[in-house]
Design a protein around this ligand. Structure first.
Ligand code: KG4
Ligand code: ZN
Length: 323
């Protein structure tokens, strides 16, 4: 016995940072996922400006919803759950998403399913794969670099985290220094393809615990960039060296975690998981199957929020377990 109705129709909302995203789900199936990226507004600042991001969510969410209803009027009438990103994220952006979700839920008289954004990143993998437990998840995003361990479904516990900058944050900061567009990950990946990792960059590696530290690498890379003549070949080699150092650190920590925790699967997720070199590097160097969401569901999107919401609804015995 659980709360699952015969068919679950979910409207999912993601607004934690600089992507405004709505998804329509029928059970596990993604009927539609529209993500409107705000990145063009932040190019000149080299990063997200929270007040502008909140205003853009407020403007764009109703527009996206109106278009979604116009395209799927029958599905809209059947929606029986509203899922939204509760935390973590930019506080103003989260509030806009929550107010929007609450308004629709009140209007439709249907339940809300608050979702943790990071858990959403993990469950994006279930769009195409099944997680074998016990499992380890490596979340690498713009705001977080975390390792989580779980013996069973919906029970991921934090076992390691960055003590300073997140990997994606360092990538974006170094990309900015290199004069590349925001967010910097895709541009660095592109340059690295034709470069060789010939430069040594040091990073603080605590071999005993499962925490990460990337700020030393950021300082080191910035220093190398400043003191070298920046021709095209240097740029490519610099990008390749920087990217491969980050991948090296992530592989090392995952293997350290694997030695401490028995696992059947490693889940790689978060925006930086869109990086092909990282995907390949982990698959090659971790001795358990590595499962990764499709690239379009690595960066922020509402389908991952809807996917996790469905999993929670399907498991919940009572409605109040969803809150
Ligand atoms: O998960 P996400 O979309 O937003 C947060 O929750 O933070 O992650 C955004 C991060 C940015 O730092 C961006 O530069 C990085 O993901 N990213 C990449 C790639 N695509 C996005 N990093 C490396 N290679 C990529 N292809
Ligand atoms: Zn994210």
């Amino acid at each position: 016995m659980n709360v699952l109705k015969k068919n679950t129709y979910i409207l999912a909302i993601e607004s934690s940072c600089d992507e405004t995203s709505l998804a329509l789900m029928k059970n596990k199936e993604i009927i539609e996922c529209w993500t409107w990226s705000q990145v063009n507004y932040f190019q000149k600042y080299g990063g997200v400006v929270p007040q502008i991001a909140s205003r853009l969510h407020m403007e764009k969410l109703p527009v996206l919803l109106k278009e979604l209803i116009a395209k799927y009027p029958v599905i809209w009438a059947k929606i029986n759950y509203i899922a939204y990103t509760k935390k973590p994220g930019l506080i103003g952006c989260l509030r806009i998403g929550r107010a929007f979700a609450k308004t629709i839920a009140m209007y439709k008289q249907i339940p809300l399913v608050p979702i943790n954004h990071l858990e959403g990143h993990i469950y994006a993998v279930t769009i195409t794969e099944e997680i074998q437990f016990p499992a380890l998840a490596l979340i690498v995003s713009g705001g977080h670099t975390q390792l989580l361990y779980s013996k069973e479904d919906l029970d991921f516990q934090l076992i390691g985290s960055t003590v300073d900058d997140a990997a994606g944050e360092v990538i974006d900061k170094i990309a900015r220094k290199m004069g590349l567009p925001y967010p910097g990950g895709p541009a660095i990946e592109e340059l690295a393809k034709t470069g060789a990792p010939i430069y040594k960059m040091s990073v603080y590696e605590n071999r005993k615990d499962l925490n990460f530290s990337f700020s030393g690498l950021k300082t080191n890379a910035a220093h190398l960039w400043d003191k070298t003549q920046q021709d095209a070949i240097f740029k490519n080699n610099f990008a390749a060296s920087f990217q491969s150092k980050i991948i090296h650190v992530l592989i090392k920590k995952v293997n350290l975690a694997r030695a401490k925790f028995p696992i059947k699967n490693l889940i790689l997720c978060g925006g930086v998981a869109a990086n092909q070199a990282l995907r390949n590097g982990l698959k090659k160097n971790i001795a358990v199957p590595v499962i990764i969401p499709p690239k379009e569901y690595c960066t922020d999107n509402a389908a991952m929020i809807g996917t996790l919401a469905f999993q929670k609804i399907a498991k919940a015995k009572y409605q109040n377990e969803l809150n």
